[in-house]
Each structure stands twice: as C-alpha cells, then as structure tokens.
Design a protein around this ligand. Sequence first.
Ligand code: FNR
Length: 364
Amino acid sequence: MFFDYADSGAWTEGTYKANEADFAAIKLRQRVLVDMTNRSLQSTMIGETVSMPVALAPTGLTGMQHADGEILAAQAAEAFGVPFTLSTMSICSIEDVAAHTTKPFWFQLYVMKDRTFVASLISRAKAAGCSALVLTLDLQILGQRHKDIRNGLSAPPKFTPKHVWQVATRPFWAWEMTQTKRHSFGNIVGHAKGVGDLSSLSSWTAEQFDPRLSWSDVAWIKEQWGGKLILKGIMDPEDARRAADTGADAIIVSNHGGRQLDGAPSSISVLPEIVQAVGDSIEVHLDGGIRSGQDVMKALCLGAKGTYIGRPFLYGLGAYGKRGVTMALDIIRKELDITMALCGKRDIREAGPDLLHHRLPVVE
Ligand code: FNR
C-alpha cells in the first residue's frame, strides 16, 4: 500500500502520465567540436549553492517507505549538496531530522484550519534552523487517488486481512519498521490540539485542510516566517503573477505530481507561459515527471532555475535506504552532466532555449 501511495496519481492518472510523457516531446540540440573539459553542474536555488539544480521534493509518509526515511533522505541530500524538503506529513519530525543532519533543510507547510498549530509549526521550523519554507497551495482539498482508496489508505484508515497478508509477505520491511526510533507523524502527533495517537490523527487530518485558504493567508505566513519563502503548486500565469506580487522568493510550477487535479496539463508544458508571465520578478522552479538528467536539462532550458524530484528518490529509498537516494541522485547527475556536454555547454547555468531543437513535425 505504501508503494502504491507513492506510485499513483489522482483518478485516471492522466496528468501523472502526461508529466512524464511530455518531456519526451522536447528535443535537445546536439553540438560538436566544443571544448567539454572542466564542466560544472553547480548552481543556486533561492541564493543557496547547490551541487546541481535538483532538490528532493516534500513527500508525506516517507518514513513508511523505509524506517527513518526522512532522516536518511535528508542525510543523502546533505552529502550530495542538494536541498531536502521535509513534508508537514512526514513520519520523522522536524526536530528528528535536525538532530541527524548538520546543514539546514527546507520545511514544507500545509496550512491547516488550526492556525495556532500552523504558527507553532513555523516556530519549530525556525528553531530547527530550516533555511526555507515551502508553502504548498494546491491541497486545500485532497485529490482522490483510487489506489489509496482501494488500499484503505484513507482517513480513517481501514485495516483488513489484506494488510496483514502484505506485511507478512514483506518480513524485511516489517522488521525494519520495528527498528525505527522516531514517532509516527512526529510533526503532528503530540503537537496539535487533541492529537495524541494515530486514530485521533486521522480524524484530525481529514478535517484540517483548509478550503478557505487565500492570498491573505500567504501574506500572514510570510510575516510569521520572515525567511526565504517558496510557493508550491502554481500552474497558471495569473496565479504566478499574484505569487510574484507576494514578494516570495520562488514559485514551484507543480501539479503535485499528478496527485491533485487530474486533467490538468503537465507541469513542463505550462512552464514557458509561466516564465513569460513573471519574467525576472521571481525565481521559477519546476517539479513533476522528472525521471532523468535529460528532463532536468529540458526544464532548465525552458526557464526553470531549479527542479525537484519526488518519486525517483522514494523508489531509491524504498529499495536501498540512504544508499538508494544517493544512487537516484547520482544517476540524474551523470545524465545531466553528459547531456549538458553533448549540447555543447560546460556550465549548467548557461542552459537556455538555444539548446532546444525545434523540429518540424514529421508528415506521415
Ligand atoms: C507528494 N507531494 C507532496 N507535496 C507536498 O507539498 N507535500 C506533501 O506532503 C507531498 N506528499 C507527497 C507524497 C508522495 C508519495 C508523492 C509522490 C508526492 C508532491 C511532491 O512534492 C512533488 O510535487 C511531486 O512528487 C513531483 O512529481 P514526481 O517527481 O513525483 O513526478
């Protein structure tokens, strides 16, 4: 059920599939006889130096893919020199991750109806030294994911003999889970009013996403936080302009990895119009469907300053823990480096529209 949770999208999964498929339609320009020595993938995202412009996206329940999953992923990202974003819905808490890392990570915030709790999350992220707040705007209400419903991964969760069977047939995972020393849903359980255990958590969570969230809330959060702010879940040029007007540091063009509005276009297909709408007024990042270094290159060429991966690092984490996350990042780094070189560039910051090939459509 946790693999399905990561591996699925909303309803028909059309948007989820388009996120991946639309990258394939973008073609790169091959160049030859250019000096390709001394290449650099180093760049910046919201002013922070990154070893390549690829961050780990916030993902909920990551500690169920592997015991202490958020801590392991954060450590892998730290060693690699890329940002890690901890989800509000993580299993390991902000404090758990801070205690096991040495560099600041980013914290992703969901705005709950209980604003006192939201304010306390912001204070905890500040106290833990988080260097950016990623405010997710596209989950005022939860999209429907059929696989999760079928698996009973809903609020309240339904435990069936099938779950007992799934655990029994995955003894290694089950054993590993007994080794975790972190609290379940450490950002919420024991911190939010009335949430002391997992059953009170599920009814509380189902009630807490706030359908009334508005631009004035963004201003309130910006004021409470006072640091670098990234607005996640922008898919429309008009929303992008409004986001830039808030004075935030970056937006993430994202449809939540196809997990919210099924039927929305892929994030890569709307990137150019959003970049055009905001110009230089705000940094633009992108996530959704990035599965290779070529995809990263294409997003950068179309105007993104940074990218994020969700599922690719979760697959690595589930398979091999921290080593798996490092492997996923390594694969992307190698692909990005070779792709950049074969496009005739030595510095990733030079990626631009001139590296894209506009082929005429083939007439059959
Ligand atoms: C997510 N995503 C997400 N986003 C967010 O802001 N807070 C969250 O808690 C989660 N949780 C979550 C769980 C899982 C299992 C997935 C796959 C995704 C969305 C995530 O940050 C990102 O937008 C997408 O994952 C990007 O798409 P790819 O890289 O997975 O295709």
